[in-house]
Design a binder for this molecule. Structure first.
Ligand code: SF4
Ligand code: SF4
Length: 365
């Protein structure tokens, strides 16, 4: 008993520091706290504005603003000043980096939109528009990116500005960018992903010091990596005939550098389970490969994305997501309509795919 008491006291002395996400309720607009879970309906009085009506009769308007995603102190102060002056001091971010500002009176919506527009920030991204592009962390936060995904977002959204502020697409369009080939990204109607085209280059002097060789060997999906002795030092070697240039060995072993200014390209994938409204699960498909990783504006990628987007806008029926549209017309017609070339690189002939691709909804560990 005394021992148990001592254990409890010891535990109390070492209370863990909570460092996760703070409780969001404390930052919510008071009307939203008051009516939490009691909303009757919502509508959109104009692009970029949501209107929610509660059972109590309370109403709240939400203005959605596009940002450049990577916000510095100057931009944050500027936006917060606008929100304090024209809004009611409450703001939240969506997962696509839109800012949403809540106000309790319709009369406040117009001046708030005007203030954002005057500062250069567009209001939109609701309903059947092209909302902000979701991107992965890129050079700012991650250690393995092959491109600056946020840069692709900024340059593309500059080109798609009109589609953000209007609701003229057949249904909502989600675009994503991803700065490596294996991890986050790809959850959209149109996904722009890094594509490596050469096997990693190994710095043998560093492998023994930096890498846990068995984990690197285990990481390769096609068993292309073997332990090897090079210049008398333990290292690794890659069977380049087997390597599919996925880049999975690079995160656990940085001396296996796969990023390359010339041979790391960008590829575009379309459709998939994030891109259907209510149909069965389906796979995204590669539609353009080997596009140059060409900062700061990625013009070749922008041209292909716009081609797909405007073909969809013209040809799809109301409410069809990009994936639904392609499923209805078929992939051959998709290539015909968009004018994108269909090449041998579009055919997945990797024989291991049948066994190892996750083709069901089951969670696997
Ligand atoms: S996509 Fe890859 S490189 Fe980019 S943030 Fe995610 S893990 Fe890092
Ligand atoms: S890039 Fe991928 S396939 Fe090639 S060796 Fe590394 S883990 Fe294996």
């Amino acid at each position: 008993m005394a021992q148990a008491q001592a254990a409890v006291e010891k535990k109390q002395m070492r209370t863990p520091i909570e460092s996760g996400c703070p409780d969001g309720m404390q930052y919510m607009h008071p009307l939203m706290i008051k009516n939490f879970g009691n909303w009757k309906y919502h509508d959109r009085p104009r692009p970029g504005v949501l209107h929610h009506v509660a059972y109590s009769g309370d109403e709240i308007w939400t203005v959605r603003v596009g940002t450049q995603r990577q916000l510095g102190p100057y931009e944050i102060n500027l936006l917060c000043d606008i929100i304090d002056q024209y809004g009611e001091g409450h703001v939240r971010f969506t997962i696509r980096s839109n800012m949403e500002v809540m106000v309790s009176k319709w009369e406040k919506v117009g001046p708030l939109i005007q203030a954002f527009n005057d500062a250069g920030y567009p209001v939109g991204g609701t309903g059947n528009s092209v909302t902000m592009i979701a991107h992965t962390q890129g050079w700012l936060h991650c250690d393995i990116p092959g491109t600056d995904a946020s840069g692709v977002v900024k340059s593309l959204m500059d080109e798609l500005y009109e589609e953000f502020i209007k609701e003229e697409m057949p249904n909502r369009v989600h675009i994503t960018t991803s700065c490596c080939q294996i991890n986050c990204g790809g959850q959209g109607d149109i996904a722009i992903n890094v594509q490596h085209t050469k096997p990693p280059k190994i710095n043998h002097d560093l492998v023994a010091n930096v890498c846990e060789r068995p984990s690197v060997v285990a990481r390769c999906p096609v068993a292309a990596i073997r332990p090897a002795m090079v210049n008398g030092k333990p290292s690794l070697e890659v069977d380049e005939k087997k390597c599919i240039c996925c880049g999975a060995c690079y995160p656990p072993c940085p001396p296996m550098q796969i990023n390359d200014p010339e041979h790391s390209k960008l590829a575009i994938w379309v459709g998939g389970k994030n891109s259907n409204a209510r149909s069965k699960p389906m796979f995204q498909k590669l539609v353009a490969a080997g596009l140059p990783n060409n900062p700061p504006r990625w013009p070749e990628v922008a041209a292909v994305v716009k081609k797909i987007l405007y073909t969809y806008k013209k040809d799809a029926r109301d409410w069809e997501r990009v994936g639904d549209w392609v499923e209805r017309i078929g992939w051959p017609r998709f290539f015909e309509l968009t004018g994108l070339p269909f090449t041998k690189f579009h055919i997945d002939n990797w024989r291991g795919a049948r066994n190892s691709l996750n083709a069901s909804a089951h969670i696997r560990f």
